[in-house]
Design a protein around this ligand. Sequence first.
Ligand SMILES: [Mg+2]
Length: 404
Amino acid sequence: MPKPIVFHVDVNSAFLSWEACRQLSENPDAADIRLTPSIIGGRRELRHGVVLAKSIPASKAGIKTGEPIVHALKKCPNLQIFPPDFSVYRVKSDALMELLRSYAPCVQQLSIDEAFCDITGTEKLYGDPVSFACKLKQEIFDTLGFTVNIGISSNKLLAKMASDFEKPDKVHTLFPDEIPEKMWPLPVSDLLYAGRSSVQKLHNLGIFTIGDLAAADPNVLQQHLKSHGKELHNYANGIDPSPVESETDAPKGYSNSITLPFDCTDRSDAKGIMLSLCENIGARIRKDNAFISVVSVTIVDADFRKTSHQTSLPTGTNITDVIYENACALFDNLWDLSPIRLIGVHTSKASDQCYTQYSLFDTEKNEKLEKLDMAIDSIRLKYGDNAIKRARFLGDDKTKPTED
Ligand SMILES: [Mg+2]
């Protein structure tokens, strides 16, 4: 059996890098906002909104992701602020995933700017994993124009921990024999899946580093943190048996999720993000001439609590608006106002029965929506993904003032 090798590829300051790429593609002489104090964040006029992504110079000025823009401006008065544009991000994300799939036998997209690649058994083809990762990182930069970190290990947990080491534009390894030196000295809050409330409980138990956690008695952890205590103990010891699963391995369905670089607490922001996820899902369904009949929404909060709800539709559909309306209803039922870290929308394929029902239940409104979606798809195919945008994505503020 070849030694398992997993890469975790993570775009550096994704939203800001991608905005920089967009500006440079429109005007090659434009200043590169990665090199100036700049952030992505919304609604400056309303003195509301948080930093979604920051450049390295902004970071050097002490600006943190998730902090209010007003604070960021106090730290750095000449800060440049650009609104988020999820339709640009989706194009960049898709291009990255396509490039990764052209090399790795199995790719699992984790969020808009992150993926696991299982490259086990490719050493003869690509050479040793570290030099292959360096080449891959360079090719991403040369062809797509942005930098990534790549973490390498024998499982997903360790690969993801490794990609979070020094940034940007770096390759790091964290193999099991490197755990004591590279992972155990880190604060326990740096451990993947250790949410705020777990970290507080661990601190109360006198556990401050990942090494403290690795050495702790798993029974005591279970007493105080239930089953999550045992899981965290395993993670601190580098144990993660979960395989890299590509979307094609999963039951046939169409999903998309995004891990947010901040904790989202605004319903309208959350729905804007869901619309972008649903647009991507709808376009893929229509491209396959498929219909879906189940929609589900997943929310992961800042403490990594995962909840999801699903609903069955009376007929199969391929209409973005229908998927989005159902996703919104599920979201409203599901969300308990806790800060959101990840939002996902999943759909499952309709059975054959639903195909026949589809025509029986067809309504005039749906026919119009379907035609509209197909028109949008064909314009995007011809002129690029940015040729058409929903009104809601035009300008960050126009759709929201009544809610503020
Ligand atoms: Mg990233």
